[in-house]
Design a protein around this ligand. Structure first.
Ligand code: HEC
Ligand code: HEC
Ligand code: HEC
Ligand code: HEC
Length: 312
């Protein structure tokens, strides 16, 4: 009897051991697949092959792949974007598709990558190395990636002159959409209800610092139930709210909440986008913590001495 029990127990111990081994193998296989199946490796191989062909140096195709990163301590940035965006500083890649395309404009010459990185302008997750994690609307990622003219909402972190009302879109063509948004706030009298950079009423919430709020902080006190866009991000909320405030904040008759009093200005999608870029550019310097040497104040100082009342 005892012996049989003993044999049974041994059998079960063997089975348990086999199960543990199989589970371990499965876990190892998953880890291995993740490590070797990384999309960035494919991009780097493609890039190396293209570079080899362009320079007629076949040996370049065999360059070992590795994660590229810049670490800029004073900006608290570890940016690995160039792991895939390998051609940003290479003029030979101006006709190549993303992620290899040469960077537009002179931005990487005026803001060298080793001193600025990418995320100070583009936000996003600098340490991630997958397309999904860097470009997808990642749930609650505190700083969503900024592309196209949305990048303009981060220029003002350093180019504080963009808040100076004497600055015109002709002087700052690369900040034109932001400046159009700023102009619209005067046209529609937003300061009648909102405080912006120290001036305005208090019927609506203060907008200064809005662009430095984290997605999480914003989502905790805003209702996303009426947002139609595919990605429930802060800027999507703000954009749809500009188009139709009463759709996004309809109130709740049961709880006796009235719909928002913010007027529907009948904005076009372009105007709503410009206003979104503008309000998302209203940054809180304490949160952004940009070191003094990065702040560009020349024009602001000049404008201030020419017209002391012109600063906003
Ligand atoms: C895993 C590879 C990979 C990494 C890492 C990566 N990118 Fe990209 N990026 C791509 C690809 C592929 C595209 C083109 C397809 C797309 O838009 O999703 C792209 C497109 C873009 C665009 C244009 C998007 C648009 O809508 O016009 C921007 C801007 C950009 N990347 C910035 C960044 C920044 C900033 C980082 C770092 C935070 C980064 N990328 C990291 C692969 C990558
Ligand atoms: C000084 C700010 C700044 C920095 C730093 C910066 N960019 Fe950009 N980037 C821009 C602007 C502005 C645009 C143009 C946006 C537009 O389409 O109007 C842009 C566009 C892009 C695009 C889209 C190009 C296209 O044709 O659609 C990619 C990709 C990109 N940047 C990647 C990067 C990467 C990778 C880095 C870091 C190596 C970087 N950027 C650093 C400001 C910057
Ligand atoms: C982290 C700070 C920082 C950010 C963010 C930043 N810049 Fe700059 N930018 C600088 C500094 C510093 C200079 C050099 C100024 C100088 O030498 O006078 C500069 C120079 C420039 C210049 C050269 C001409 C000039 O006015 O001096 C342009 C154009 C420019 N930036 C555009 C942009 C745009 C567009 C963005 C947003 C997409 C941007 N910058 C974001 C700090 C920044
Ligand atoms: C009649 C007063 C009034 C005017 C004028 C007005 N707003 Fe509002 N706004 C409000 C109120 C009240 C709220 C809060 C309720 C809501 O979210 O709709 C609000 C909310 C907002 C929000 C969301 C901010 C947050 O933190 O929740 C933004 C952004 C905003 N307004 C921008 C603007 C801009 C830009 C203008 C000018 C084009 C403007 N508003 C004009 C009353 C106003």
């Amino acid at each position: 009897m005892d012996l049989k029990w003993e044999r049974n127990a041994t059998k079960w111990r063997h089975r348990l051991f086999a199960a543990v081994m199989i589970a371990t193998l499965i876990i190892l296989a998953v880890i291995f697949r993740r490590e070797t199946g990384k999309e960035w490796i494919g991009y780097q191989r493609d890039y190396n092959e293209k570079l080899a062909a362009k320079l007629n140096k076949p040996e370049f195709a065999a360059t070992p792949v590795r994660i590229q990163q810049v670490w800029i301590q004073s900006l608290n940035a570890i940016d690995r974007c160039t792991t895939c965006h390998l051609g940003v500083e290479n003029p030979l890649f101006d006709k190549e598709p993303q992620p290899f395309t040469t960077h537009p404009g002179n931005f990487l010459k005026t803001h060298p990558v080793d001193k600025f990185g990418c995320t100070v302008c583009h936000q996003g997750d600098g340490q991630a190395v997958t397309v999904e994690a860097t470009h997808g609307a990642v749930h609650h990622l505190n700083r969503q990636l900024l592309a196209k003219e949305f990048v303009q909402s981060s220029c003002v972190k350093c180019h504080v002159d963009l808040h100076d009302v004497s600055v015109t879109p002709e002087q700052f063509s690369w900040g034109a959409t932001f400046l159009e948004g700023r102009r619209l706030t005067f046209q529609y009298g937003c300061r009648g209800c909102h405080k912006i950079n120290g001036e305005g009423g208090s019927i609506g919430p203060e907008l200064t610092g809005l662009g430095s709020k984290t997605e999480l902080a914003f989502s905790l006190i805003h209702d996303f139930a009426h947002i139609e866009g595919p990605h429930p991000t802060m800027s999507q909320w703000v954009y749809e709210h500009f188009l139709t405030p009463q759709k996004v904040v309809p109130g709740n008759p049961q709880l006796n909440y009235a719909p928002t009093v913010m007027p529907n200005f009948g904005l076009t999608p372009e105007q709503a986008r410009a206003l979104t870029i503008y309000v998302m550019g209203l940054r809180n310097p304490k949160v952004e913590a940009i070191p003094y040497e990065y702040i560009v104040q020349k024009r602001m100082a000049q404008a201030a001495s020419a017209n002391p009342k012109s600063l906003q």
